[in-house]
Design a binder for this molecule. Structure first.
Ligand SMILES: Cc1ncc(COP(=O)(O)O)c(C=O)c1O
Length: 457
């Protein structure tokens, strides 16, 4: 979380607390890509909240669908009745999943989706006589959620450190940060090299002890929209198959259309065994997530006595009615195509900014899941000095100028700075240009404040 202090000293003390003591103005309303605050100021939501509001704020069709559901029923418990929005959303989601993934388990957020994926994998192993398999290999850096199980597979020191003694020690391999490498390999060779780290780790652990590998097909906040070389994805699948290891794709941020395909993994025709979804699934209209798995995994678990896992709000009809309406809007407005087109425009603009601001070392991502990373030196890709706090300052300077962006530390959360630029998928070309113009002004202010170089100066 960026720790920004647009503080209002005159404001009454709050009984709320989150990451820090910083305060923000109150939002009064939101529409499209904009949010208005109590002072009447309009801010561009350039990060769709936390990469959530994929179809934009206050979509009237989603609101109408939710109002209609409010009049019917707001809560139906899954053990007492089936409900139509949940059934229908599961059916529609199954149609969009790759391979044989057709069984849906609804949850209320991303951490719950990841926990559910890990627990289904484990129960499948127990049900199929492979009880020795329990280790879930993941990548460093990565982010998979805040709950202890999801945190155990997260690679982000700033968030895991206080809890280390409470977390099972899950093996980590390096994320495919091929853009940092200064070797003589081609990108494709680097992709294979990073994928082979998984095989080496499985062999080191003992394949009979390894349950699953979890990865974000396109990275989120922990890596700054990291995209692996194309060769990585198929090789990972091969390695998992060779060792009987399940492949879990965490699509909490990259899924639901943000990258221009419904799933991030669809760019490489990936065939994971389980997918975790949230964020753009309910798109901020309702807390909603899903774990989608193959029937191959589900049937042995159900035959063994059932999945020993569940949440009270699973399949909530109001949340599922929102999810259904969000899917319908993605189709009606052709938002996957717009995310691709507007993403290309933003990338071109970010590259132009990188010409002017040499401390932008890399621009990456797909569709509207995009990031720019700051460096001290483009040749070595050395990070900026951590003490400059560039990742916080850039967010604050943009906020002052009417643009919300999202930033984290790239390299395990301890150093490196990047910001994500992820506006809603309804963004227009004129709005992209407005975002780029505010970014330009922001980067110029950042360079002046931190003494960073600008081209020609
Ligand atoms: C890739 C990924 N997985 C899991 C999560 C956790 O989701 P939530 O915060 O909804 O629990 C996030 C949240 O940012 C995420 O980006």
């Amino acid at each position: 979380m960026s720790d920004i202090a647009i503080s209002k000293p005159e404001r009454a003390p709050s009984h709320l607390f989150y990451q820090s003591r910083s305060r923000r103005p109150q939002a009064t309303h939101a529409e499209g890509i904009y949010i208005w605050d109590e002072n009447g100021r309009r801010v561009i939501d350039g990060s769709s909240g936390a990469m959530v509001v994929n179809i934009g704020h206050s979509n009237p069709n989603v609101i109408a669908a939710m109002k209609a559901q409010l009049d019917r029923a707001t809560f139906i418990y899954r053990l007492h009745f089936e409900n139509e929005p949940a059934e229908e959303l599961a059916r529609k989601l199954a149609q969009r999943m790759p391979g044989d993934l057709d069984k849906v388990f609804f949850v209320s957020g991303g951490s719950e989706a990841v926990e559910s994926a890990i627990k289904l994998a484990r129960q499948w192993a127990v049900a199929t006589g492979q009880a020795s398999r329990w280790k879930v290999i993941s990548r460093f850096p990565s982010y998979h959620g805040a709950t202890l199980g999801a945190l155990a597979v997260t690679g982000y020191n700033a968030l895991t450190a206080p809890f280390t003694p409470m977390l099972p020690a899950m093996p980590k391999i390096a994320a495919p940060t091929a853009y940092l490498d200064r070797d003589n390999l081609t990108m494709e060779q680097r992709g294979e090299k990073y994928a082979d780290l998984l095989e080496q780790q499985i062999e080191a652990e003992g394949p009979e002890s390894v349950l699953a590998f979890i990865m974000e097909p396109i990275g989120g906040a922990s890596t700054g929209a990291l995209v692996a070389p194309d060769s990585y994805y198929a090789r990972i699948r091969e390695i998992c198959d060779r060792h009987g290891v399940l492949l879990i794709h965490d699509e909490v941020m990259s899924g639901a259309g943000r990258t221009g395909k419904y799933l991030g993994g669809d760019h490489w025709n990936c065939r994971p065994d389980i997918v975790a979804l949230s964020k753009g699934l309910g798109a901020g209209y309702a807390p909603l997530g899903a774990m989608v798995a193959s029937d191959r995994l589900v049937q042995p678990v159900l035959s063994m006595g059932g999945f020993a896992h569940g949440y009270t709000y699973a399949g909530n009809p109001l949340a599922c009615s929102a999810g259904l309406a969000v899917l319908a809007e993605i189709e009606r407005l052709d938002l996957l195509a717009n995310a691709t087109r507007m993403g290309q425009r933003l990338v071109a603009g970010l590259h132009a900014l990188a010409e002017r601001y040499p401390f932008i070392g890399d621009v990456r991502g797909k569709g509207l899941l995009l990031a720019a990373e700051f460096v001290a030196d483009r040749q070595t890709m050395a990070p900026l000095p951590a003490g400059l706090n560039a990742y916080n300052r850039v967010v604050e300077l943009a906020y002052e100028r009417g643009l919300i962006i999202y930033s984290r530390r790239t390299r395990g959360g301890v150093e490196g700075d990047h910001f994500l630029i992820c506006p809603p998928m309804i963004v227009t070309a004129a709005e992209v240009d407005e975002i780029l113009s505010i970014l330009d002004d922001t980067l110029s202010a950042l360079a002046n404040e931190l003494g960073l170089p600008m081209a020609g100066i």
